[in-house]
Unconditional design. Structure first.
Length: 495
């Protein structure tokens, strides 16, 4: 097609022009004439729109976490967990607005930034859209903890660590790996080991940070009453399990999270105005889909196989299928744009196994996780970072990063072929050490101040009644006398 300016030179846009009445060529010229800005301005608008849409998808994951958590716990604590998920979004917004964004992306050193507090200095649409997108990630990291400590954590303690995580702990990790920190693959002036850590959408930054926080919280908070010990404190021969009160809510939450991940991973391209950015976003969507599906199938049938070996008959556990999908999603998050679809399938399959391994390990260690968030986010977050060091394809890395990093399985004949894997391991260890060093004394302090765990009687009754003015569901039946009277009247009129 010739240049649009020349092609449309004879087209006259009248005030009453209707797009419906135009031919195809005339419609092209009509649309071209409607673009009032310059090419650069249009690209900026396109990128801002892209970030706003992707950020909205990530924020919608809050609904997924809420539904998954609500469905996974007992009915007597539903209101409590829903309110905590809502307050995660609120605390994340306030904390990341006041200090989090500044620490992560403000002018400063390799550890923290010290400008743009409360968004001072931000004025353009690009800057505000970027903040919105990054806030959605911060809220996600905070929400991971909610399910783990469900049914026994005080609201005051929950609010404290939610704000602490989004306002300080998480932003420092962001700066280290995504900003100007020492591990960042975007710090062109000082790349760690000449390549930096590849964690494209946050297997480590978001999920490992949230999962490590959840692990520390679960250990210090302790298990739910009756989970591993009886009322007299004697160990149970088999840990007690409580069925999820709504499989439908669990499934709804899982699908919402999967859907939101298409903002999480492709959106991390941060732009869509070039062929390279489009390639990155599109590949991320494909690998995200394949890894989620592979993780679900892997977890479901692996668990069924072990159950068959133990019991002699086959059962299919829905929770393993759902958490396996989430495990596959977490596993692909770090490397979604630097691996091939085939490798994404392998990463998802192993992600399903990692979920099962960590889930069983928690039970052996008597660590109570009400919704299995630690295996999904901590365990698969670790695997996602390691998988990047193994499977990163050089041509994909060149498009997304241009650092020359390459996965171990692609580095035959190269010097320092394990460099990326080493960087990835160092990066995930730094995250674990940072989170543990900060959040352990923080949670201990909350416990000493009696702000962390609810009273045993309140826990036994349920937090909905003890903290939120009654049950989430009105389960009262109709008045018996009125029902009998209705039956009698119907019987009479029907002869």
């Amino acid at each position: 097609m010739p240049d649009l300016v020349e092609f449309c030179s004879g087209f006259d846009v009248a005030d009453d022009t209707s797009a419906v009445s135009l031919s195809t060529n005339e419609l092209i010229c009509y649309m071209h004439s409607s673009l009032k800005g310059t090419s650069d301005e249009v690209q900026v608008g396109l990128n801002v729109f892209f970030l706003l849409v992707m950020g909205s998808l990530v924020f919608f994951m809050q609904a997924g976490f809420a539904m998954l958590c609500a469905g996974s716990i007992r009915q007597k604590n539903v209101k409590n967990i829903l309110l905590k998920n809502l307050l995660d979004a609120c605390g994340g917004a306030i904390g990341f607005w006041l200090t989090g964004y500044a620490l992560a992306y403000g002018t400063g050193n390799t550890f923290i930034g010290y400008s743009n507090f409360a968004l001072q200095g931000l004025s353009s649409g690009e800057e505000f859209a970027f903040f919105f997108f990054q806030f959605a990630f911060a809220a996600t990291a905070a929400t991971i903890v909610a399910g783990t400590v469900a049914e026994r954590c005080k609201m005051s303690g929950y609010l404290c660590y939610s704000v602490m995580l989004s306002a300080f702990v998480y932003p420092v990790v962001v700066r280290a790996i995504w900003g100007e920190g020492f591990l960042s693959a975007f710090n062109s002036t000082k790349l760690f080991m000449n390549i930096g850590m590849i964690d494209f959408a946050g297997s480590g930054v978001v999920h490992l940070t949230g999962g490590a926080t959840a692990l520390v919280a679960a250990i210090i908070l302790g298990p739910r009453r009756g989970r591993f010990h009886d009322e007299d404190g004697n160990p149970l021969s088999e840990p007690a399990t409580w069925p999820a009160h709504s499989a439908a809510l669990q499934m709804l939450g899982t699908f919402i999270l999967w859907f939101g991940w298409f903002g999480f991973n492709p959106g991390s391209a941060l732009a869509i105005n070039s062929v390279g950015a489009a390639d990155v976003a599109a590949l991320s969507a494909v690998t995200t889909t394949i890894a989620a599906a592979s993780g679900s199938v892997s977890s479901l049938f692996t668990h069924s196989f072990f159950e068959y070996r133990a019991q002699g008959f086959v059962e299919y556990d829905l929770s393993y299928a759902m958490n396996g999908a989430l495990g596959g999603l977490v596993s692909i998050t770090a490397n979604c744009c630097v691996v091939t679809p085939g490798m994404a399938c392998i990463i998802g399959i192993i992600g399903g196994w990692v979920y099962i391994l960590f889930s069983r390990l928690l039970v052996i260690l008597k660590i109570d996780d009400a919704v299995d968030a630690i295996p999904v986010h901590f365990g698969c977050g670790i695997w996602g970072c390691i998988a990047t060091g193994l499977f990163a394809a050089p041509d994909k890395v060149d498009i997304a990063y241009g650092t020359g990093a390459v996965g171990l399985f692609y580095s035959s004949g190269m010097d320092n072929k394990a460099t990326l894997l080493v960087v990835q391991i160092i990066g995930l260890l730094c995250i674990i050490v940072w989170v543990t060093a900060v959040m352990t004394p923080f949670f201990i302090l909350l416990k000493l101040l009696n702000l962390f765990r609810v009273d045993p009687l309140e826990e036994a009754v349920g937090l909905d009644i003890s903290h939120h003015k009654g049950s989430a569901y009105d389960l009262k039946q109709a008045d018996g006398a009125a029902v009998e009277e209705l039956i009698e009247k119907r019987s009479f009129h029907g002869k």
